[in-house]
Design a protein around this ligand. Sequence first.
Ligand SMILES: NC(=O)c1ccc[n+]([C@@H]2O[C@H](COP(=O)([O-])OP(=O)(O)OC[C@H]3O[C@@H](n4cnc5c(N)ncnc54)[C@H](O)[C@@H]3O)[C@@H](O)[C@H]2O)c1
Ligand SMILES: [Zn+2]
Length: 364
Amino acid sequence: MRQVDVELGARSYPILIGEGLLSRAGCLAPYVAGERVLIVSNDRVAPLYLEQALTAFAGKATASLVLPDGESHKNLDTLSRIFDALIQGRYDRGTTLAALGGGVIGDLTGFAAAAYQRGIDFVQLPTTLLAQVDSSVGGKTGVNHPGGKNLIGAFHQPRCVLADTRTLATLPERELRAGLAEVIKYGLIADGDFFAWLETNMPALRSRSPEVLEAAIERCCQLKASIVAADEREQGMRALLNFGHTFGHAIEAAQHYRGWLHGEAVGAGMAMAARLSLRMGRLAEVDYRRILGMLAAAGLPQGAPVEVAAAELRQRMASDKKVERGQVRLVLLNRIGDAEVTLDYPQGKLDEVLRVDRVATLPA
Ligand SMILES: NC(=O)c1ccc[n+]([C@@H]2O[C@H](COP(=O)([O-])OP(=O)(O)OC[C@H]3O[C@@H](n4cnc5c(N)ncnc54)[C@H](O)[C@@H]3O)[C@@H](O)[C@H]2O)c1
Ligand SMILES: [Zn+2]
């Protein structure tokens, strides 16, 4: 088992990473302060892993709530169902919530924990690659609103994150690739050596080698943990984690969240941010080629879908949460492993990128 600590003073917590961790009876009991645990999951993940999660909490009084699967359920109505279960079951402030699933379940459950009785404990049991390397760490929780993604939420750190890499065996291929986009992101923004390691190990990641997956998840969690420890509330460097995301969110929104997966859109967004960096003379051509090669190796798109007009992308980007003084804040690259948040880029070059970087279909 590998352990990464998120250092946040009194709110510090461990990320435990390893194969088969969920099956270790009672391993999560030390992270539960009170007696009662409510595991929140969905109807896709619960049949696969709920029994194991119950075992992991052996010694505590544990119950479960199974919600419908899907991003479309990450809303206030579903959040209310968690509160209903807590209130009907007379759960008190000493209760721990556990999120068993991907980022949707993690964000929903974390927000319920942040708000129920002004805040109760929760633990994250992420079961997608994206959740294991990104969403379960760092304390961002929330739900979507018809007006936009993640518009309602809170910062609330978990007591523990347990990433059982064995759960990734049942993950659909497309979801695995989407998670790889976030893995690549860490190399690009913070660790050129890790990016080079990924170039060597991408085939092993695609074939789900347990050791290689575990090593990659550990490195991503270390990088995210250090960024979150330095800037928990995103007043500075945490914004680097949005690399590729302003472009990606515009793609997702243009497809009404029914097209590409988040990670696929972020893959395209990283290619577009890299191209803008190249055109501005910030990024060397060799680095740019390596980035496109890496996205191809991960089975990710290297540009926006052809059917979305450049003008729509531009307009969607302008309504991003990250707009400041009329200009969208973007994360651009100086080289692989070194990124910067900036308002300083020529609109004309951005427009060129929005027009040029296009793909007809997702890689097979
Ligand atoms: N809080 C954060 O910091 C943060 C960061 C990134 C993303 N997010 C959020 O995370 C969400 C995306 O997360 P996601 O990509 O995990 O999506 P998801 O939670 O929808 O999971 C993807 C699909 O895989 C299924 N699944 C999960 N684990 C499985 C397993 N082991 N085997 C088989 N199927 C499994 C899910 O039920 C779902 O159908 C978005 O809502 C996004 O906003 C949050
Ligand atoms: Zn993301």
